[in-house]
Design a protein around this ligand. Structure first.
Ligand SMILES: Cc1cc2nc3c(=O)[nH]c(=O)nc-3n(C[C@H](O)[C@H](O)[C@H](O)COP(=O)(O)OP(=O)(O)OC[C@H]3O[C@@H](n4cnc5c(N)ncnc54)[C@H](O)[C@@H]3O)c2cc1C
Length: 324
C-alpha cells in the first residue's frame, strides 16, 4: 500500500505480467546502444530513461538473450557472449540428526555455523519442528515411526559455494525455435567443479562426525538441480566485457540504459544464502542511478531503505502507450 501511494510509481501486478522484453535499441554514434523501455505481453510499451532487469538468474538471461538475438546486437558489438554462463546454485545437502532423547527446543534458521577447515561452506538449521522433519523421512517408513524420529531430530542445511564455470549455464532456446517456449534449460554439472565437490563431501563427513560425537546419528540427502533455490550468476559483473555481462554499476556492457538488479550479477555465490547480497546490489545500483539523475536525497548517501530513497522519483516509469 505504501508503494501504491507514491507519486509517479506505477505498480503492475499479474495482469500486466511481461513475457517479452522487446524495445528497439537506438544506436549512438559512439557505438553505444540505448534501450528506451520495455514492451509488455499485451503489447503496451513503457518508455523509460533507465530499465532495471530483475527477472531472476534463469529468466533475466533469457530475456536479454532474446533481445540480443532479435536485434542482432551480438554481431554489432562483438560482446555479450557471456549471457547465461557461470550459472551457480550452491552445492546443497539436507541432514537430519537423530538423538535418543526427545527434543523440546527448536533451533531456528537465525543461526549459521562456519568452520575454517571448510572455508567456502556453511551449515544452518532448517528451523523445522518435529512434525516438519518427519516429512523428510522416506515414505516407506511407517508414519508413527517417522513422527517418533521427528520428535528426536534436528534438521540442518549444508551448503558450499560452487564456483563459476562457463559451461554451467542457463540456455535460452532460440527465438526461431517454436518448441523452445519460454523456459530456460539448465546445463549444470557438479563434475565441472571438482574443488567445490571435494569440499562439500568433506563438510558432510565432518559435520556428521561432529554430530556423532554429540550423540546423534545423521542421515543426509543431496539437494539436486530440481530442488535448488539459489540460482544466481548468469549475467555476472566484471570489468572485462569478454568475461562478464554487467559492469560494476550493474549496467550491461555496451548498452546505455539497461541495468541488472537480481541474483544474475553475482560473480561468486559465497557460502551463505543470496538474498541480502542481492538486496544490497539492487539498492546500490539505485543509489548510483539517483546520483546520475541528479538526485541529492538520502539515496546519494550510503545505501538506505526504499522509503527515504524516494525510488519512484528517479526511476522513470511512464506508462504512456506508444509504439517503438
Ligand atoms: C523455498 C525457498 C527458500 C529460500 N530461502 C532463502 C533464505 O532463507 N535466504 C535467502 O537469502 N534466500 C533464500 N532463497 C533464495 C532467494 O529467494 C533467491 O535467491 C532470491 O529470491 C533471488 O532473487 P532474484 O531477484 O534474483 O530473483 P527472484 O526473487 O526469482 O525474482 C524474479 C522475479 O521476476 C519475475 N519474472 C520472471 N520473468 C518475468 C517476466 N518476463 N516479466 C515479469 N516478471 C518476470 C518472477 O516472477 C519473480 O517474481 C529461497 C528460495 C526458495 C525458492
Amino acid at each position: 500500500m505504501a508503494l501504491r501511494r507514491r507519486q509517479a510509481l506505477n505498480l503492475m501486478l499479474k495482469p500486466h505480467f511481461s513475457r517479452v522484453f522487446v524495445m528497439r535499441p537506438r544506436s549512438h554514434a559512439d557505438g553505444v546502444t540505448e534501450i528506451g523501455g520495455v514492451r509488455l505481453a499485451d503489447d503496451r510499451v513503457l518508455r523509460a530513461r533507465s530499465v532495471l532487469l530483475a527477472a531472476g538468474a534463469l529468466h533475466s538471461p533469457r530475456l536479454l538473450q532474446r533481445y540480443i538475438e532479435r536485434h542482432r546486437l551480438r554481431d554489432a558489438t562483438n560482446y555479450l557472449h557471456e549471457v547465461g554462463r557461470n550459472l551457480k546454485l550452491h552445492l546443497l545437502t539436507a541432514m537430519v540428526a537423530i538423538s535418543p532423547s526427545l527434543k523440546t527446543d527448536l533451533i531456528r534458521k537465525t543461526r549459521i555455523f562456519f568452520n575454517d577447515e571448510v572455508p567456502h561452506s556453511s551449515v544452518q538449521p532448517l528451523g523445522f519442528d518435529g512434525e516438519l522433519i518427519a516429512t523428510l523421512i522416506p515414505r516407506w517408513v511407517p508414519k508413527p515411526v517417522a513422527k517418533y524420529i521427528g520428535r528426536r531430530s534436528y534438521g540442518f542445511f549444508l551448503q558450499t559455494e560452487d564456483g563459476s564455470h562457463g559451461d554451467n549455464r542457463a540456455i535460452t532456446p532460440g527465438i526461431t525455435d517454436p518448441a523452445g517456449a519460454d523456459y530456460p534449460i539448465m546445463d549444470y554439472e557438479e563434475a565441472r567443479l571438482p574443488a567445490a565437490l571435494h569440499e562439500h563431501r568433506r563438510l558432510i563427513s565432518q559435520f556428521r562426525a561432529a554430530l556423532l560425537r554429540a550423540g546423534m546419528i545423521a542421515f543426509s540427502q543431496r539437494v539436486g538441480l530440481a530442488g535448488t533455490a539459489h540460482a544466481n550468476g548468469t549475467l555476472i559483473a566484471g570489468d572485462d566485457p569478454d568475461t562478464s555481462v554487467v559492469d560494476a554499476e550493474g549496467k550491461v556492457h555496451g548498452l546505455k540504459s539497461l541495468y541488472v538488479v537480481d541474483g544474475s550479477v553475482l560473480p561468486r555465490s559465497s557460502r551463505v544464502n543470496p538474498s541480502l547480497t542481492i538486496f544490497a546490489w539492487s539498492l546500490r545500483t539505485a543509489s548510483l542511478l539517483a546520483k546520475q539523475l541528479g538526485q541529492t536525497s538520502a539515496c546519494a548517501a550510503p545505501i538506505s531503505w526504499f522509503g527515504p530513497c524516494e525510488l519512484s522519483r528517479y526511476i522513470d516509469i511512464n506508462s504512456r502507450q506508444g509504439t517503438e
